[in-house]
Design a binder for this molecule. Structure first.
Ligand SMILES: Nc1nc2c(ncn2[C@@H]2O[C@H](COP(=O)(O)OP(=O)(O)OP(=O)(O)O)[C@@H](O)[C@H]2O)c(=O)[nH]1
Ligand SMILES: [Mg+2]
Length: 364
């Protein structure tokens, strides 16, 4: 699962990527600085993991990770191949969620490809290119399904109806994610088509240092424009955070963050939000050798969670011993949790909860 950073050229995507990841992407003040996508595996910051480490004192600690991809900037006409558009759109198609970066800072020295600062226009430019690409996809599919539908094939007729609805939506400037379908329609026809505008999205407003805490007039406009989308809007002073990331000393970084009014980097919040956007959650294993955060889909069962560690754990799953994170934290150790009768034994139908501390019993 990976989240892609998407937006116009020169809005700060690579700078953001560099804040998140140690894999350094080239960032410079000219449009189309990035061509090949940069991929980074990013640790997901989690206070609970730090706390478990303090309690268990293991040899190793391993945080959960999420993959972030820095993609080239899109411009008007990308769907028609403008600015290497088709290649960039293909890079976006390969991601599972979209982090849409909007430039919300004034600075005459940093070139804006469309001449002035207007995040709403920028968002519409990007949305339209993604929608046009999906329109191409839907037209191709319609072409195929039409004949079968004409011969009376019931499934094909259902699919045709769904595709026509998507086509009408896209033509009216509505992204696929904003259209309503029954669960059956979604599973059978919408999801498998992997429309770009069906991917979950969040907006990242790149602001100047002074707006890092409470945003600015541009952020207000963005919030107003997306209020019906049910999408998260994150405010981040990307340039400033990139400077802070350059500092080697932890205390110094903390001081600079406090100076601009933050108790943690906005990039940490962004990583957690991206993780959620990808529909991922964390369970822990807490042994003396290793305390580790593992990633599972929201809704995963106990055997599926075990399978993340090893496929044998899933195949031979017998049961899981489960401690809620809060119980582990308040009693302080596995032994004390057991004593208090707070450890649960769960079977193969158990749906894992975020923060569960788990131990699997299996035979192979
Ligand atoms: N003042 C200021 N400059 C920024 C900020 N974010 C990025 N920049 C500058 O803007 C320029 C472009 O940043 P990049 O991160 O390379 O932009 P990009 O979106 O990756 O651009 P492409 O790869 O060309 O699509 C660089 O000179 C950055 O230093 C910011 O928050 N404030
Ligand atoms: Mg770039």
């Amino acid at each position: 699962m990976k989240a892609g950073i998407v937006g116009l050229p020169n809005v700060g995507k690579s700078t953001l990527f560099n804040c998140l990841s140690n894999a350094k992407a080239q960032s410079a003040n000219f449009p189309f600085c990035t061509i090949e996508p940069n991929i980074g595996v990013v640790n997901v910051p989690d206070k609970r993991l730090e706390n478990l480490e303090a309690l268990v004192k293991p040899v190793r600690v391993q945080p959960a990770t999420v993959e972030i991809v820095d993609i080239a900037g899109l411009v008007k006409g990308a769907s028609k191949g403008e600015g290497l558009g088709n290649q960039f759109l293909a890079n976006i198609r390969e991601t599972d969620a979209i982090l849409h970066v909007l430039r919300c800072f004034d600075n005459d020295n940093i070139v804006h490809v469309d001449g002035n600062i207007n995040p709403i226009r920028d968002k519409e430019t990007i949305d339209m290119e993604l929608q046009l690409k999906d329109l191409e996809t839907v037209d191709k599919k319609l072409e195929k399904v039409k004949r079968a539908a004409k011969t009376g094939n019931k499934e094909a007729q259902k699919e045709e109806a769904v595709l026509l609805k998507i086509k009408a939506g896209l033509e009216a400037g509505i992204s696929v994610r904003a259209l309503e379908f029954t669960d059956d329609e979604d599973e059978a026809f919408v999801k498998p088509s992997q429309f770009i505008t069906d991917k979950p999205v969040m907006y990242v407003c790149n602001v100047d240092e002074d707006s890092a805490v409470s945003g600015n007039k541009y952020v207000d406009l963005v919030k107003e424009a997306v209020k019906d989308e049910n999408a998260e809007v994150l405010v981040l002073a990307v340039g400033t955070e990139a400077d802070i990331t350059e500092l080697d000393d932890y205390e110094e970084r903390k001081m600079f963050l406090q100076d601009i009014g933050l108790d943690e980097p906005g990039s940490a919040k962004l990583i957690r939000s991206a993780y959620k956007l990808l529909n991922q959650q964390t369970y822990f294993t807490a042994g003396v050798k290793e305390v580790r955060a593992w990633t599972v889909d929201v809704g995963a069962t106990a055997p599926q969670a075990a399978g993340v560690i090893h496929t044998d754990f899933e195949k031979g799953f017998i049961r899981a011993e489960v401690i809620a994170y809060d119980d582990f934290a308040s009693y302080g150790s596995e032994a004390k949790v057991k004593e208090a009768g707070k450890m649960r034994v769960e079977g193969k139908n158990y749906i894992v909860k975020d923060g569960d501390v788990m131990h699997f019993l299996f035979n192979v």
